[in-house]
Design a protein around this ligand. Structure first.
Ligand SMILES: [Zn+2]
Length: 134
């Protein structure tokens, strides 16, 4: 998968606060953005806490709270249009398009069960899939 020309994206208001939106059409499987941050140990991440901790491996976590990490604005969805690929050797977290995405669409990926149960379930999931059921 090529990382040569990442598509243009923009932080905008969404149903869940702020979100990250595609500014151009993105083809399925295309690289979108890297989740960047400080690499810390899981012990350190337990000390710090925070919403932008991204588990990289058993021992390491990326703390993506930095302002340059606009991937942190990507919201959770139970029916996401993007997915995350973790490279434990290179210590990178990359977001790829899971399906064809249209300009103007909000980018979402599945945060995983652990995060969902801890941070989303108590407030109710606001993703498109969960809100349409009601
Ligand atoms: Zn949901």
């Amino acid at each position: 998968m090529s990382k040569k020309k990442p598509p243009s994206v923009k932080v905008k208001k969404s149903s869940a606060g702020l979100g990250l939106y595609a500014m151009e059409d993105i083809k399925k499987e295309a690289f979108i953005i890297e989740y960047i941050g400080e690499k810390i140990t899981t012990d350190e991440s337990d000390r710090r806490g925070g919403k932008y901790l991204f588990t990289l491996s058993k021992d390491y976590v990326i703390d993506g709270k930095g302002r340059t990490n606009i991937a942190r604005y990507i919201n959770h969805s139970c029916r996401p249009n993007s997915e995350v690929e973790i490279d434990e050797d290179k210590w990178t977290i990359s977001v790829y398009a899971k399906k064809n995405i249209k300009a103007g669409d909000e980018l979402t990926y599945d945060y995983g069960k652990e995060y969902w149960n801890e941070h989303i379930k108590p407030y109710g999931c606001k993703c498109a899939k969960c809100t349409e059921k009601k």
